[in-house]
Design a protein around this ligand. Structure first.
Ligand SMILES: C[S@@+](CC[C@H](N)C(=O)[O-])C[C@H]1O[C@@H](n2cnc3c(N)ncnc32)[C@H](O)[C@@H]1O
Length: 355
């Protein structure tokens, strides 16, 4: 809904000249009443700077800012908050690695900043579907891409699977390149990505191949991709889910050392194509073997740290029962009690930065 609110900015600007705090408060109250009338979560405010253009502002955010102005006691503080709101409505301040307007950071209340992610139901909108055994939920790439990339930048997923990352990249106006060992899986990912609406003419490239043995520079050159600005890997959790019989498939590694060796090769192979100062995320969980907990997550983290990346965060993300265990919840609980172990309900997102 387009709010006829050119006057909000005019009013706020005029208030900066006002010397009487009670008068300011009364006028802010009036503005609040106006904003409260907006039923939509998103309103539009005339952007003075870009002359005639409209910027989208959430009315919830605006109300919060107006309340903060009303809550202050001194005229200096009141004016400081008014000034800050005027700036938030007219100027954009972005980081080098994303498009978030830091002047209006309070608007991004759906962007996670804590290291514990309790994500709700899988996003099944658009081309997303939960059909591929071993895929991750789209909210993971969604969160990461919005924080660590800008529109028009390139994202590389070295374990494409059903294409979740690339669907999300397309949706967010990022270009995506993905590598998948299995042609059939790659083809169906390509079809799914194709189904997603193309709102911003972003590019998608799929390479069928073995990420541990791929000359990324050459592959990129052939596709006229210079480099990527974000790298994501969601490898098999060793042999928990077998994706194929191909011995290059990480889920067929004969030992943990072979698994880590192949994973390390992929970290090496992708290193040259990620821009310096940009981020790399590894999504992985642990596993049990012969009743013992194998900390796959921390082992893979070490492989990355050996290779010149800095660790920026370890995020713990919840997950629901896997499809296999969903119908046997009680049985697994009984087994856990008898066997003295805990049932996995979390996985990791390790975030690294290239120095
Ligand atoms: C955990 S799944 C990734 C799922 C993906 N994130 C999604 O949401 O669909 C891992 C994928 O890596 C693929 N894979 C295994 N070894 C590979 C290798 N050496 N090179 C490329 N892809 C590989 C598997 O075929 C599987 O599709």
């Amino acid at each position: 809904m387009a709010a006829d609110k050119t006057k909000i900015l005019d009013t706020l600007s005029k208030l900066l000249k006002q010397k009487n705090i009670d008068k300011i408060r009364a006028i802010i109250q009036d503005v609040k009443v106006d904003v409260e009338k907006l039923s939509s979560n998103e309103s539009e405010i005339q952007d003075k700077v870009s002359n005639g253009k409209f910027i989208k502002v959430k009315s919830k955010y605006l109300l919060g800012e107006l309340d903060q102005i009303l809550d202050t006691r001194t005229i200096e503080r009141t004016k400081y908050y008014i000034q800050r709101l005027v700036r938030a409505l007219t100027e954009t301040k972005t980081d080098k690695i994303n498009d978030l307007n830091l002047h209006r950071w309070k608007e991004y209340d759906d962007i996670l900043t804590d290291s514990l992610w309790i994500l709700g139901k899988r996003d099944t909108s658009g081309a997303h579907s939960g059909g591929y055994w071993g895929n991750f939920i789209p909210q993971i790439p969604n969160q990461l891409l919005r924080r660590y990339t800008k529109k028009g930048e390139w994202v590389l997923d070295a374990f494409l699977g059903s294409g979740t990352t690339l669907i999300e990249s397309k949706r967010l106006g990022r270009n995506g390149v993905g590598v998948e060992l299995l042609r059939k899986v790659a083809n169906s990912a390509a079809k799914a990505i194709e189904r997603e609406d193309d709102l911003s003419s972003s590019r998608t490239e799929i390479i069928v191949g073995d990420s541990s043995n791929l000359d990324f520079k050459t592959e990129f050159r052939q596709r006229k991709i210079q480099s990527v600005q974000f790298l994501i890997m969601h490898p098999p959790y060793w042999d928990i889910v077998k994706f194929s019989k191909d011995k290059r498939d990480l889920s067929n590694a004969k030992s943990i050392n072979e698994f880590l060796d192949l994973f390390g090769k992929i970290v090496d192979a992708t290193y040259p194509v990620l821009d310096k100062g940009r981020y790399f995320a590894v999504v992985i969980g642990d596993k049990y073997s012969d009743g013992n907990w194998i900390p796959l997550g921390f082992y893979t983290m070490q492989e990355v740290l050996k290779r010149g990346y800095f660790l920026k965060s370890i995020i713990i993300k919840n997950f629901d029962e896997t499809k296999g265990k969903r119908n046997q919840k009680e049985l697994w609980r009984y087994r856990a009690l008898v066997g003295g172990f805990y049932i996995f309900k979390h996985e990791y997102i390790f975030l690294f930065k290239k120095s």
